[in-house]
Design a protein around this ligand. Structure first.
Ligand SMILES: *Cc1c(COP(=O)(O)O)cnc(C)c1O
Length: 425
């Protein structure tokens, strides 16, 4: 089916033709690929063209697409019914896997999206502490709940402004947005607003302004300052959970947040989210506590089956091997761009990476924003033509999966070489 026709039809029926904005290719131009099917590291579009995929459904597909073990688990579960609205044994299995993998999680509640997990985390933090203000970091994305869709506020004292029409100003004013990796800004915010702060929420490795690793000492400082003031520390590990390690960044860093948000990989490609944390805090959720949270499809049997199968399979895999493939890819990109004298900065943490079209270091949203997004758009289009499917925006993470072969990586670098040789970058 012709892609342009599909896109024009979709645009008549769905805002922008897509059910999530970045999919529309607005920042890179052109017509989005409509995907017909996917297997392993490859996706095939509606016109039958195949691409090596580095989007991985924005993170979940760490085993690659249509993994036989995951597909089988979903098929078997579907044969037993798709939803009951009653507890199941699979939910205990899933909860146990998460609790075993995360030292800081004693109890967990399953939901249907990462947005639900972060939204609930904020509500629980407010309900538990009795305070209303929250701190987030500019360029971090925590789903699209009102309190979390707040734009850059410059400097510590700046109150949040609505990041989207439809968010009440009075609600946005309760959100302080501070520069990532700036613990001095957090110290100042706590000095000024400490007694009103319910929580600090952070992507321990930022993935949504492109990949930006935490600088040594940043997360440690957050842990220390929040603990001293009775402010909850929330790690949003929706991307990093089971991506940077079996478990999450908290396992690698040894830092224990009070609450952890999960999603993406733990659903094995089905809609999922989870909120976990210390028992004493989690028990404030209904029905043991007064903080309300619910979901018709929460703990859905298909999502649990896909998630459990994914985590089981991941336990037998070497994250070091996965990381090595990502390292080869990033080193290759770096060499190819350097040979042409085109400035790029590649940030990589494990199997997540971003090629920023800027020569300077990228440590926060301000430095990420110096990227030449038009150059990125040209690179994206060139790669797409060569059969490589990258995230269609500069400020996103790319993902290598266990399904990518050394040959896939080599073919990707070959494509990059061709794109750069063609000039016009
Ligand atoms: C994707 C993402 C979310 C939102 O998850 P959805 O399932 O898209 O609602 C929240 N936080 C982070 C860090 C994410 O990357």
């Amino acid at each position: 089916m012709d892609m342009n026709r599909l896109f024009s039809e979709a645009q008549k029926l769905i805002p922008g033709g897509v059910n999530s904005p970045v999919r529309a290719f607005r920042s890179v131009g052109g017509t989005p690929r409509f995907i017909r099917e996917a297997a392993g590291a490859k996706v095939t579009d509606a016109e039958g063209r195949e691409y090596i995929d580095y989007v991985a459904s924005w993170g979940p597909m760490i085993l690659g697409h249509s993994h036989p073990g995951v597909v089988r688990a979903i098929r078997e579960a579907a044969g037993r019914g798709t939803s009951y609205g009653a507890p199941t044994e699979a939910e205990i299995t899933m909860a146990k896997k998460i609790v075993d993998a995360f030292p800081a999680i004693e109890m967990v509640r399953m939901m249907s999206s990462g947005t639900e997990a972060t939204m609930t985390a904020i509500r629980l933090a407010r309900g538990y502490t009795g305070k209303e203000m929250i701190v987030k970091f500019t360029g971090c994305y925590h789903g699209h709940a009102d309190s979390l869709l707040v734009k850059a506020g410059s400097g510590v004292a700046t109150l949040g402004i609505p990041g989207s029409p439809g968010i009440p100003k009075r609600l946005a004013e309760l959100t302080l947005s501070l520069p990532y990796n700036d613990s001095a800004a957090v110290r100042e915010a706590i000095r000024r607003f400490g007694s009103d702060l319910a929580c600090v929420i952070v992507e321990p490795v930022a993935g949504n302004m492109g990949v930006v690793p935490p600088e040594p000492g940043f997360l440690e400082a957050l842990r220390e300052m929040t603990r001293e003031q009775g402010i909850l520390l929330i790690f949003d590990e929706v991307i990093t959970g089971f991506r940077v390690a079996y478990g999450g960044w908290q396992n690698l860093s040894g830092i224990a947040p009070d609450l952890t948000c999960l999603g993406k990989i733990i659903g094995g490609g089905l809609p999922v989210g989870a909120l976990g944390g210390r028992r004493e805090i989690m028990e404030h959720l209904a029905p043991t506590g007064p903080v309300y949270q619910a979901g018709t499809l929460s703990g859905n049997p298909l999502a649990m089956a896909a998630g459990i199968a994914t985590l089981d399979l991941l336990q037998g895999k070497s994250y070091a091997d996965l990381e090595k493939k990502a390292e080869t890819l990033c080193n290759g990109y770096r060499d190819l761009f350097a040979r042409k004298g085109i400035p790029v900065r590649i940030n990589r943490v494990g199997s997540m990476f971003t090629l920023f079209c800027t020569g300077g270091e990228v440590t926060d949203f301000a430095s990420a924003s110096l990227s030449d997004t038009e150059r990125f758009g040209r690179f994206f289009q060139g790669m797409l033509k060569e059969g490589i499917y990258l995230a269609p925006a500069q400020f996103e993470a790319g993902f290598v999966s266990f399904a990518h072969t050394d040959q896939d990586i080599a073919r990707t670098l070959e494509a990059c070489g061709k794109v750069l040789d063609a000039g016009g970058m």
